[in-house]
Ligand binder design. Structure first.
Ligand code: AMP
Length: 290
């Protein structure tokens, strides 16, 4: 019975930056280690894996839900982005998250707002090229969250590989007093990386989308077979995607995982990244090979 009661305890939901700041400072003053899990909601097991990681090493876990308009392009899916606040709260309650911060847009971007973060160099390629302004929006909101929620540790997912790297560089460059943890990608059993945007996919599109993770698996298999020319690997990956009817491919990239510089040959650790449209839904996935 106690367990049931404890499990259903809802997180304290705060909308005010000053209130969340005070709550976190109070926790820190009591000697608690605070973990932060920033999200845009529509929570799935990928997000919840970050919460699990935070619970494992922190006394107090703060999740945030904010669909950040500044990181969406004018023709992107800000309006239709899935929002499922009620079930998100339940999922966070099940994991005994202590605090949920979900600010109003006007609180994050008050009238007259014009101060943005210029993201670091690793943000320039790939997503940075395909989604101009995206990382500027991400960096700006994450810096604000770090400022309002002075946690000891922040948890991000390797699913958004370039985003996590970009935030690591920002933390280093700005000298922010927060530790970064980047957690592994959570996938469905058939390999599809979990994403809030998977909700847009029809049953057929979902099947088609498997080609992304399959192409990454093929890249790994080719490297294991001793093929190290990335040109060949990229071509084979493209074939896997196109065979499933995926032709609108933003990039297939084989990079140095620290700098995101494109590699011509695989000699040491690399990260293979892919971004493509399945129907109207833009999906990204990646895999480290080393
Ligand atoms: P989002 O709500 O899409 O902004 O994601 C919030 C956080 O969850 C980011 O750090 C993502 O990288 C992470 N995340 C999203 N999908 C996954 C996944 N499948 N596995 C692990 N982390 C994820």
């Amino acid at each position: 019975m106690n367990e049931v009661l404890a499990r259903s305890k809802q997180p304290l939901v705060l909308q005010s930056p000053l209130e969340v700041h005070s709550a976190v400072i109070r926790a820190r003053t009591c000697g608690k280690r605070v973990g932060l899990v920033p999200t845009m909601g529509a929570l799935h097991a990928g997000h919840l894996s970050l919460v699990h990681a935070a619970k494992a090493e922190c006394d107090v876990v703060v999740a945030t839900i904010f669909v950040n308009p500044a990181q969406f392009g004018p023709h992107e899916d800000f309006d239709s982005y899935p929002r499922s606040f009620e079930s998100d709260i339940e999922a966070l309650a099940d994991l005994q998250v202590d605090l949920l911060f979900c600010p109003a847009t006007a609180e994050v971007y008050p009238p007259g707002f014009s101060t943005y973060v210029d993201p670091p160099d690793v943000a320039k390629r790939l997503e940075g090229e395909c989604r101009p302004g995206h990382f500027r929006g991400v960096a700006t909101v994450v810096l604000k969250l770090f400022h309002w929620i002075p946690a000891h540790v922040a948890y991000f997912g390797e699913k958004d590989f370039q985003q996590s790297l970009m935030i690591e560089h920002m933390v280093r460059d700005v000298g922010l007093p927060i530790e970064m943890r980047v957690c592994p990608i959570v996938r469905d059993q058939d390999g599809l990386a979990l994403s809030s945007r998977n909700r847009y996919l029809s049953a057929i599109e979902r099947q088609t989308a498997l080609a992304l993770s399959e192409s990454l698996q093929l890249a790994e298999d080719l490297v294991r077979q001793g093929i190290c020319e990335t040109q060949i690997i990229r071509t084979e990956m493209r074939c896997v995607l196109e065979a499933q009817g995926i032709r609108d491919i933003d990039y297939i990239s084989i990079c140095n995982p620290q700098t995101l510089e494109e590699q011509s040959e695989v000699h040491s650790n690399v990260v293979v990244l892919v971004a493509a449209y399945v129907g109207k839904t833009r999906l990204i996935d990646n895999r480290r090979i080393g």
